[in-house]
Design a protein around this ligand. Structure first.
Ligand code: GLA
Length: 362
């Protein structure tokens, strides 16, 4: 099982400098079901996982933040504390633009040094970006409920050109250990759904990487907007509305969103009542819809889903997150999937606390 190994959020005294070092942490997430529904006022059911991002920020009183990351050894990015949207877009190296975007919105009171560590694979659909943004926002003193944090983090991603919804930062901030988070993006109501004993979730990386800026994610957002211009928000549209869409591509995209929202409810009910067989079958349906109607899978991901599904004790498997590569998530009997048996990284994941619950506990 993946545990939570990141330091707890909070402040401490840095032994070497005697200065105030602030630590922030946020988990990644796996979306159990409900993909490409968040920006359509639909439903999703993600859970936070033990892999995550941690940051250490030491204020210096100067006007810039010097950013280093375990992922880019030997490189220091310099972010002015008063960076604006134009400065964010022009910042080099590009990996530091999300940090700059959060700085531009959270406005820490001083420059300093910032170090980023992550146990999350990047570009694999486990929300490495949202985890970084949520950890940073908390460290820079952004207060409030998960929605306040999530809106700032979403705005930061938009500032670097990725038109994401609220799914990832909401769960990275607001998750509770032992629970998945049912989110209704039309009302922004959230409900914690207990994950029953005997439900083992395994995440398997396809090894196929994507960057949401280059993937078809933005194209899907535009297609959904085009369909919504005719029938209204797709998460609220009826089957009759969708059948009336003339364009066959838009009709398929809309059909996925509507059917996926219905599946989120069925899955949440099945999970809640411990009917893991039904929950697994609903995950299989979700994958087929993402493959055939939404076209956000790849041949490699489809092949991985089929291979994992054929293992004894596996109830269901689907792609998770944006797709176009990245990870798949399987629901199985405990011990049915041995992570070391895959040629790519895999993790048995447990539902973990989000950033706010970790802060409360610290
Ligand atoms: C990415 C985005 C989310 C959501 C998922 C697909 O993770 O960041 O907002 O749209 O893709 O469900």
């Amino acid at each position: 099982m993946v545990g939570t190994s990141e330091p707890e959020a909070g402040h401490d005294r840095c032994a070497s400098h005697g200065a105030d070092v602030r630590h922030g942490t946020a988990p990644g997430r796996v979306n159990l079901i409900g993909d490409h529904t968040d920006y359509n006022q639909g439903l999703a059911l993600p859970m936070a996982i033990g892999l995550g991002v941690s940051v250490a920020y030491e204020p210096s009183g100067l006007g810039v933040i010097e950013v280093t990351s375990d992922a880019y050894p030997g490189v220091t990015a310099v972010v002015p504390v008063d960076v604006d949207a134009v400065g964010v877009a022009a910042l080099a190296p590009a990996w530091a633009r999300l940090v700059a975007a959060v700085v531009s919105l959270a406005r820490p009171e001083s420059g300093g040094t910032l170090h980023v560590r992550s146990t999350l694979p990047r570009g694999s659909g486990l929300s490495s970006s949202a985890a970084l943004a949520v950890a940073l926002a908390g460290t820079f003193g952004v207060e409030g409920d998960p929605l306040v944090l999530a809106r700032l983090c979403q705005a930061a991603e938009h500032r670097i050109g990725v038109p994401v919804g609220l799914l990832d930062p909401l769960v990275c901030a607001g998750a509770r250990a032992g629970h998945a988070l049912l989110i209704d993006f039309a009302t922004l109501m959230m409900r914690q759904v207990p994950v029953p004993e005997g439900a083992e979730f395994t995440v398997i990386d396809s090894g196929q990487r994507r960057d949401l800026r280059d993937s078809a994610y933005a194209a899907r957002v535009l297609e959904c907007e085009a369909a919504a211009a005719v029938v209204g928000p797709l998460g609220l549209a009826t089957g009759t509305d969708i059948a009336g869409l003339r364009d066959p591509v838009l009709r398929r995209r809309a059909r996925h969103v509507r059917s996926e929202c219905l599946r989120v409810r069925r899955f949440a009910d099945a999970l809640g009542s411990g009917d893991l067989g039904t929950a697994g079958l609903v995950m299989d349906e979700s994958h087929r819809s993402l493959s055939a109607d939404f076209e956000s899978t790849t041949p490699e991901v489809d092949a991985l889903v089929a291979a994992v599904r054929s293992r004894p004790g596996v109830h269901g498997v689907r792609m998770t997150g944006a797709g176009f590569g990245g990870c798949v998530v399987a629901l199985g009997e405990p011990g049915s999937l041995v992570t070391g048996a895959f040629t790519t990284p895999a993790w048995n994941v447990v539902a973990s606390d989000g950033a706010l619950a970790r802060r409360e506990a610290a």
